[in-house]
Design a protein around this ligand. Structure first.
Ligand code: B4P
Length: 338
């Protein structure tokens, strides 16, 4: 068994143990389905989350306590839950990439779905930094290991201050799904591609999105070829994200924010303008992370649920995302090629 296989095989047992021992909080929730834009969106209602402790604000670049100005190691370790020592019941394994990068795998301490876990860089890296080749390979290998064991997961990464992330230490999250991928995957799967090795976008969606179909034999590639392929795909999508952002004169200053979704079939990058959407009916900020763009939204009250439905999920995602400039990008690419 590979290290990823061993981790995947232990997730469920460790999850139950961590929950029983009180080290992991499991918040009950219910799911409503709403059909919009050709996607069967899931809205998860979890009133108990209102009682979840709020993380202290951290600077995503330096991992220091924002504003407070005391960033010594003790304080940093106390605030960053992803530095050692790890809670033994949450820490389910370690991984090391061929390039030497080390990772720890922790169960999500505040889970809404069972078996939600995180792949974390052992050394602090910023959550505003792009995924590195080793990050992509280790994430993909965990998905492959899950599939081999008969489970279906997808991975997501909230990159940057406006992406829905609350922890500044680099972490990719893994969440199990009942169907064959998150709701957005059915739209990606149904796209008929003339050039399957080129990025495309989901035309039904009313916000900028950049998607690539992964080669069907990817899981049997040599490790070098796997790394090169995943990195090239990620970089081609990231170029498009940056290009989309450059076409928006009102994009907030600073590093780009975006969400990444990774399944065994597709990689999606969605540029982000803002972290939250203020629901006009309640005045409350609705936080949207990568899961929202996977088709899985989260609300903490019935009022938020009704307000989200009334505003339209597509409109909410469009507000926290960007306008698609795909047509301009195609024209620019064609002009460059001539
Ligand atoms: P981030 O990338 O920083 O942000 P996030 O997933 O949006 O979670 P956030 O912390 O903002 O939680 P929220 O109330 O919105 O991820 C940090 C991750 O680390 C989170 O998974 C967090 O729980 C976890 N974490 C924090 N401290 C930890 C510790 N000491 N040890 C281990 N893990 C730790 O949402 C609450 C939860 O619901 C999050 O896990 C979120 O990912 C999940 N969620 C959101 N939408 C969902 C949906 N539609 N369906 C199912 N789950 C959903």
């Amino acid at each position: 068994m590979s290290p990823s296989d061993i981790i995947i095989a232990s997730v469920s047992k460790n999850f139950a143990h961590a929950r029983d021992s009180g080290d992991l909080f499991f918040f009950p929730s219910t799911v409503a389905k709403v059909e919009e834009l050709g996607v069967e969106f899931e809205i998860r209602l979890c009133p108990a989350l209102q009682r979840k402790p709020q993380p202290r604000t951290l600077d995503h670049e330096t991992n220091s306590v924002a504003k407070a100005g005391f960033a010594d190691d003790r304080e940093r370790n106390r605030v960053d839950p992803f530095t050692p020592p790890y809670n033994a019941n949450l820490h389910i394994g370690d991984l090391k990439d061929e390039d030497g990068t080390e990772y720890v795998v922790l169960l999500n301490k505040y889970a809404l779905v069972p078996d939600h876990f995180l792949l974390i860089t052992r050394e602090f890296q910023s959550q505003s930094s792009p995924l590195m080749p080793s990050d992509l390979v280790q994430a993909y290998l965990l998905l492959v290991a899950a599939r081999k064991s008969g489970k279906r997961y997808f991975a997501f990464y909230n990159c940057g201050d406006n992406s829905g992330a609350s922890q500044p230490h680099k972490h990719i999250q893994f969440i199990p799904v009942e169907d064959d991928g998150p709701p957005i995957e059915s739209l990606a799967r149904s796209a008929n591609l003339e050039m399957p090795d080129k990025p495309f976008y989901l035309t039904r969606l009313i916000y900028a999105n950049h998607v690539a179909r992964l080669p069907t034999q990817l899981s049997s590639y040599t490790s070098d070829k796997l790394e090169q392929t995943l990195s090239a795909i990620f970089l081609s999508l990231l170029d498009l994200v940056v290009s989309t952002i450059r076409h928006d004169p009102e994009y907030p200053p600073g590093r780009p924010s975006y969400n990444v979704l990774l399944s065994l079939e597709h990689m999606h990058l969605i540029p982000r303008r803002q972290d939250t959407y203020t629901l006009p009916q309640t005045g409350d900020p609705l936080s949207v992370n990568a899961l929202g763009f996977a088709g899985m939204l989260l609300v903490k009250s019935e009022e938020e649920m009704e307000a989200l439905k009334a505003n339209g999920i597509g409109n909410v995602l469009r507000s926290v995302g960007l306008e698609s400039v795909h047509d301009i990008q195609i024209t620019e690419t064609t002009a460059e090629a001539e």
